[in-house]
Design a binder for this molecule. Sequence first.
Ligand SMILES: Cc1cc2nc3c(=O)[nH]c(=O)nc-3n(C[C@H](O)[C@H](O)[C@H](O)COP(=O)(O)OP(=O)(O)OC[C@H]3O[C@@H](n4cnc5c(N)ncnc54)[C@H](O)[C@@H]3O)c2cc1C
Length: 544
Amino acid sequence: MPTSSSSVSFDYIIVGAGSAGCVLANRLTASGRHRVLLLEAGGPDRNIWIHVPLGYGKLFSNPKVNWLYSTEPEPELNNRRVIQPRGKVLGGSSSINGLLYIRGQHEDYDHWRQLGNAGWAFADVLPYFRRAEDQERGADELHGVGGHLKVSDVCEPHPLCEAFIAAAQSCGFPRNDDFNGPTQEGAGYFQLTTRNGRRWSTAVGYLKEARRRPNLAVVSNALATRILFSGRRAIGVEYRADGMTHTAYADGEVILASGAFNSPQLLQLSGIGPEKVLRDLGIAVLADMPGVGADLQDHLQIRIMYRCTEPITMNDVINDWRHRYVAGLRYLVSRKGLLTIGAGYAGAFLRTRPDLQTPDVQFHFLIFSADAAGATLHPFSGFMASVCQLRPDSRGFVRIASTDPGVPPAIQPRYLTARNDRDTVVAGLKLLRRVMNQPVMQKYIAEEYAPGAKCSSDEDLLAFARQTGTTVYHPTSTCRMGSDPNAVVDERLRVRGFERLRVIDASIMPTVVSGNTNAAAVMIGEKGSDMVLEDAQAAKAAAA
Ligand SMILES: Cc1cc2nc3c(=O)[nH]c(=O)nc-3n(C[C@H](O)[C@H](O)[C@H](O)COP(=O)(O)OP(=O)(O)OC[C@H]3O[C@@H](n4cnc5c(N)ncnc54)[C@H](O)[C@@H]3O)c2cc1C
């Protein structure tokens, strides 16, 4: 491939314009003092379905905006490969995700702190959640207004969601109108990262503003292929764009924000990772770090589907051109209606056992049904609800399979390999059925379509989970923060043993949070950017 050497050097190079990368690009350029290069493997976010919330269903199989990864055969899922969509576009996964705004439990972050990560307890990260947020309901102790990430309520209640929430209440669980409030437990409506019926990705919220600044250069369709070093100091990045290999240099830092699959991939391609994996591929080992790509965690979801007694589901709208037309027109005129909903309408965070301190399962309640994500909706009135275990014990890996940066890494979350995960999934499915069996919900259920009444024992339910379980798209922890020998970054997100190299994205989470992961990735971007700026300030003061 022809090469070209960029004569321009920057203070910071950010690899990846995703949830965290766009936050970094904004914060690091805000003062006007730093020159920043943002590299993004995908293109601009022009696809109309990115911006219409319900359009996320159309992005699952679009290679123009999605890496379209899948796992290796999963040993505990009957050796099935599981899809692993990831955003490959400005905004990254925040441009193609399900839009649910959930931070996780306060205890998740206190646990991170307990593991030795100073500065990451809930009290420490809350100011960053608040700073990021523009909460439609207004500010309070836990919520912020005026931030770059707009958070809104779903536009209107739905009778099926009301029934689901009431059913959870009849099982003794509270109604919860704010899953990001003082406690997460209960059933209620999700909030979304939208405003006026439009998706609020980090490309929209953070990058659009930053791109007006002369000190930010954004290169899209640019695949970073290698980090360049002088000894143990990162000095630049090699990347492919326009059929050429380019190099760009950073006087300050190289920051990886490429997400839970690609940040460890890029480190491994650059000689930082498990020695054997690198040697087997003939890569010169800069540092034997077994933790790079290890500890992959993800949320597995198992869906139960129902035929509905009334034609009030989204299947009824989408499958009839007249209803579709009305819904489309309503969206165009008022930005309201079915096109504004995300990957879940209502949901619940519940404890499968009363002795647990906090919820261990999340239910996503959807007013449509389909056999797979992004697939055609069923031809009958249908809806579904999924069970997702919030704190899996199973650990997987991401490993490069080739020295070619264009070849996807091998991904294996090893779902359900831990006994506790299998037990929790079965307990969660039983709990979901208990909720669905309440009279207030039963009046809408003509039949449990899948797995159906024949699936009744614990063994049956586990077999169903093995056969149909799929990701809820929350891979994390492959460049885990910590101080133990397998940790990849320290509590200031610096790659251990290296200078001027950080990872700032969902891959640094010590453990996956008990909820959806976009809000946490944005918070990590906010906090990480402060760390970069503070350390630069401290270095300047020390040098003066
Ligand atoms: C289909 C789907 C649905 C989801 N639903 C929800 C939801 O409803 N709510 C929620 O909270 N979370 C959801 N998530 C998860 C959430 O969006 C992610 O956890 C979050 O966006 C991760 O942020 P990140 O910054 O770590 O990575 P990303 O946002 O994935 O960003 C990484 C960026 O780096 C780029 N990149 C990678 N490698 C390179 C390279 N070598 N060179 C240049 N650029 C590179 C990528 O193209 C991408 O733009 C969903 C995710 C998906 C995929």
